[in-house]
Design a protein around this ligand. Structure first.
Ligand code: PEP
Ligand code: MN
Length: 339
């Protein structure tokens, strides 16, 4: 950490900051320039709040050098993490993995029609919500256990791994026998109790970025899961809340290269929730792959106009297969392959 003192800072003030840093366990090296003194604090601690120093008298600015996360960052783990799924699919390797399916599992017919179609088009993971986080309590809330059983059966039939959202701790055990990836949703990105419990399981977790979360907060949430011993974390950019109203959210594509630089964990892009409108999904999926996304999460419904949730952002089957064809041209241009 670097602490720049104000030009007129007194010796007493500089000493007080130095003592504070030493009490925190840092070795302090002082440089006195022509204009101001700068204190370089060297140590292994990452659990500090720079504001504690910023508010001390005589301090001009504090600059943090080490990231506040250890396990999720590249600083201590240089090489990319590759998450392996039971169907042989690897997320974080050369292949861009497509996860697709309906927002919610609504019926056997609906799910199997979606699964057959996305599987044949090249999706490697079947998505489908069993427990749904809906903004209104009066809308469809998901089929629960019945949906999980259908997901497993459909995934196995068409050779796909299965991902579904976990909303609370008690659902972890119910879901364990049926799913291959736990999805921690945007609304739960900072549900730290849930994240800690997901740290105890030994199945991959796809962690979505919160609606108003910074990338640093996303990585700190990944740290919660990893500090419990579960290192199979897949991050997901799904759009953030901005002042823009033409799209449901603003898909932050720049988060993809930012995460790749800061973290070794794979990053997924979800252009469905990221835009909220089906005609925007394909262009943003293509842009995400071009920007280096390791996976895509895409909502597809056999008849989106009748969907019980997120119909407007769900692709028609034909649109999904056309998108896969487009992605097959884009992926090799950025050194990737696609199913
Ligand atoms: C979903 O994937 O259907 C979902 C609810 O996602 P998010 O948590 O990104 O809103
Ligand atoms: Mn949805």
């Amino acid at each position: 950490m670097i602490v720049a003192m104000l030009e007129h800072a007194s010796e007493d003030q500089i000493q007080r900051v130095t003592d504070h840093l030493m009490k925190m366990g840092f070795a302090v090296h002082r440089t006195t320039g022509a204009r101001q003194s700068v204190l370089a604090a060297v140590g292994k601690r990452i659990d500090f709040d720079t504001r504690d120093l910023e508010v001390l008298p005589g301090v001009e600015r504090v600059h943090r050098i080490s990231a506040p996360y250890k396990l999720a960052g590249r600083q201590f783990h240089e090489h990319d993490t590759v998450v392996k799924l039971p169907n042989g699919t690897e997320i974080g390797g050369k292949e861009v993995v497509v996860m697709a399916g309906p927002c919610s599992v609504e019926s056997r017919e609906q799910l199997f029609a979606a699964a057959e179609m996305v599987g044949k088009s090249g999706a490697k993971v079947l998505r489908g919500g069993a427990f749904k986080p809906r903004s209104s309590p009066y809308t469809f809330q998901g089929l629960g256990l019945e949906a999980l059983k259908l997901l497993r059966e459909a995934g196995d039939r068409y050779g796909m791994a299965v991902i579904s959202e976990v909303m609370e701790i008690s659902q972890i055990e119910i879901m364990l026998p049926y799913i291959d990836i736990f999805q921690a949703g945007a609304r739960n990105m900072q549900n730290f109790n849930l994240l800690r419990e997901l740290g105890k399981v030994r199945k991959p977790v796809l962690l979505k970025r919160g609606i108003a979360a910074t990338i640093e907060e996303l990585l700190l949430s990944a740290e919660y899961i990893m500090s419990g011993g579960n290192y199979q974390v897949i991050l997901c950019e799904r759009g953030i809340r901005t002042f823009e109203t033409y799209t449901r959210n603003t898909l932050d594509i720049s988060a993809i290269p930012v995460v790749h630089k800061l973290s070794h964990l794979p990053i997924t892009s979800d252009p469905s929730h990221g835009t909220g409108l089906r005609d925007k999904v394909a262009p943003m999926a293509c842009a995400s792959v071009a920007a280096g996304a390791d996976a895509l999460l895409i909502e597809v419904h056999p008849s989106p106009d009748e969907a019980l949730s997120d119909g407007a952002q769900s692709l028609y089957p034909q649109q999904f297969s056309e998108l896969m064809e487009q992605l097959r041209m884009i992926a090799p241009a950025v050194g990737r392959t696609i199913g």
